[in-house]
Each structure stands twice: as C-alpha cells, then as structure tokens.
Design a protein around this ligand. Structure first.
Ligand code: SAH
Length: 349
C-alpha cells in the first residue's frame, strides 16, 4: 500500500504515469487531500469511478494516531503520536503572536547522544517516513480546526526528536509538501531545520536552493566544551562546522541561527561569551540563547538569570544579533524527548 502523504508532487506525478494517468492527476489528488482535506477516495468526484477503485486498492490516505494530548497553561499543545508499528513520537504546537509553530520530530529516538538532551536517552529505532513527519503537522491542523478560529500551522521547526539530516530524503519531501502551493503552502521562510552539525548534509541543504532556514545546535564556543556534550563534535569539529555554515551562507541569502543552550557552570561564563563572539563575528547569523530545560536523567542545571543576562548583554554589546528563547509549556514536559522518554520508560519497566 502506498500512503499518499508520502509523496511530494513530482514523485506522485511519476507514479501516476506508471498507472497510465496524466501527471495532472497528481495535482488533483493533492488538491483533494491537502486543500479539501478529504481522506476518502469516494469523495474525489472529478476522478473516474474506475480509477478511484484502482486507487482504493493500492493507496491509502493515512495519518498517524494521537496517543496522548497535553495542553499547558499557555495553551501549548504536546502530542504523543502513535505510528503504525506502535512506535511513539512527539510533536508540539506553540502559539506565538506571529503564528502557530509546529515543532516536529524526524526520527524515532536519536543516536546523537548529546549529553543534555532527553531524546537521546533511547537509541534510535528508525527514521520517520515523510507521511509520519507530515502527519504531525496534519494532526495539529486538525486540532486547530476543531478550535474553530480558522487557524492553521503557519511555521515549522524541525526541532523535535531526531537528527533531521540523518533522514535527509524524507525530510526534504516533507519540506517540499509543506511548501508546495498545491499542498500546505507554508512559506519557505517559515520553515526551519535544526541540526547538531552533519556537515555533508548542510552542504546538500545549501545546494537545494530553497529559502528555508537553517539552525545549528552549537551550544559551545570551543571544541573542548563541545566535545564534552556533543559526540558529533568528534567527527565534525567547530572549524568544519563553520566551514559548512559559511558554504550555506554563500549559497543562500538567509541568516543562520546558532542555538546556544545556557547550562550552569558549563558554557555560561563571560569567557564563553567572548569566545562565541570571536567565533561568529562577521558570520551572517544570530544567536538564540535557550534557557536549559532540566532533564531528571542528568545533572545539568539551568543557568541562573543573572548569567543569562550577562551573556546576552555581552553578545549584544559586541554587535551580535541575539535573542533569548521564551519558554513555553514547561509544565507539560515540552523539552525535547521528555514526554516520550516518560512513556517509553513506563512501557519498558
Ligand atoms: N537533532 C537536531 C534537532 C533536534 S534538537 C539538533 O540537534 O538540532 C532541537 C534543539 O533542542 C537543539 O538545539 C537541542 O540541542 C535542543 N535541546 C535538546 N534538549 C534540550 C533541553 N533539555 N533544553 C533545551 N534545549 C534542548
């Protein structure tokens, strides 16, 4: 069975050719499933009865299921989603003034083993299919629709569980479906991919010629600290990472976001701020300081407010564009992987 949600337009057009159909069939199907949000072939009135029967035999239009839904005080919604093989992934809806952001997962578990992150507590089981990444956005859109305010997901960040650049092809199909005028029509500039630093894929991403954004999980201003908390740094050190970032910048006219979690006594000193300034001075980007979301399984502590302020001010004073990420949903395990970690632990114990 093919799931229609797995196919970006171009691939569906190729598939339609194999069925002896004209490529415009694919556009019709896109219009039914993404614009009219139909999940039943019987409703596709502009497709012949006989081809509808063929479609029914070989295709499905299937979203994953909601396993658990949590709503926080600030109306952030976190879903634990159940996949066909019973694996669980999480996805979050964050409501900013500028729009509704879906934070989606790209893999079941993660093997990057960043020391501070709850997602890496369990080994990667597999990569997500395009339909499973997209399904997260579609389920959030369904929830928004039920709320009745005529709202939709307007922004996407691939910052849930998993390393998106290790699931590159499915990620790119997902992005193209989100961005397609025949599907979800989410502006490329409203779509961001976050990576721990898979240099080769940063280059590929740059070569796609898209206007989508890139965020780098930097979290340390030098190799000594980064080696301690992010094993990927042993393969792609900061110099190699910055080379890839510079290549991306030379190809796109976008800015890069450097994510920097502030962890007490690890990377939050003024010396670190100084090193960070010299590392990224002149690079077209901005720093997003992230208050660390504590995870019970490790001993890292959130930076005290005064350190965050000093760090922020130092960067600002030295001409770096910097913001501090607002915290949402801290009452509902909104830090990456926390909800899934709880659920998987319960089921494994
Ligand atoms: N693998 C990708 C995307 C998933 S992680 C990446 O590394 O970028 C998304 C972001 O959340 C990363 O910047 C990650 O470092 C950060 N993160 C992970 N655990 C966190 C925590 N407990 N508190 C705050 N941010 C966290």
């Amino acid at each position: 069975m093919y799931n229609l949600y797995d196919y970006e337009l171009e691939k569906l057009q190729e598939l339609m050719l194999e069925y002896g159909q004209k490529p415009f069939r694919a556009k019709q199907l896109f219009s039914w499933i993404y614009k009219k949000e139909v999940t039943n072939f019987d409703e596709m009135s502009d497709i012949s009865l006989s081809f509808r029967e063929t479609l029914k035999k070989d295709f499905e239009i299937k979203k994953p299921k909601i396993h658990t839904k949590q709503v926080s005080k600030d109306n952030t919604i976190k879903l634990l989603i159940e996949l066909e093989d019973d694996n669980l992934v999480e996805t979050v809806l964050i409501r900013y003034l500028y729009g509704n952001v879906a934070c989606v997962s790209s893999e079941v578990g993660c093997d990057m083993k960043c020391a501070f992150c709850a997602s890496g507590l369990f080994k990667k089981r597999r990569e997500l299919k395009t339909s499973e990444i997209l399904g997260q956005v579609l389920l959030l859109n369904d929830i928004l629709k039920e709320e009745g305010n005529n709202e939709k997901i307007t922004h996407i960040v691939v910052m849930g569980t998993g390393e998106p650049f290790l699931n590159y092809d499915n990620l790119m199909s997902f992005i193209r479906i989100c961005n397609s005028p025949f599907a979800l029509e989410i502006g490329a500039r409203h779509i961001s991919v976050s990576t721990c630093g898979i240099a080769k894929r940063i280059i590929d991403y740059a070569n796609e010629g898209l206007q989508t954004n890139l965020a780098i999980s930097l979290h340390a201003p030098n190799n000594e600290i980064r080696d301690k908390i992010m094993p990927i740094n042993k393969f792609v050190n900061i110099e190699k990472l910055m080379d890839a970032v510079k290549y991306y910048l030379s190809k796109s006219n976008r800015r890069v976001t450097f994510e920097y979690i502030l962890i007490k006594d690890l990377n939050d000193s003024l010396k670190c701020a100084e090193e960070l300034v010299s590392l990224i001075k002149g690079v077209c980007g901005y720093v997003n300081l992230i208050p660390y979301n504590e995870v019970i399984e490790n001993n890292f502590k959130k930076s005290p407010k005064e350190n965050v302020e000093k760090f922020y001010n130092y960067l600002k004073k030295n001409g770096i564009n910097v913001t501090v990420r607002k915290e949402f949903g801290d009452d509902i395990d909104a830090a990456c992987g926390q909800l899934r970690a709880k659920e998987v632990k319960n089921s494994e114990s």
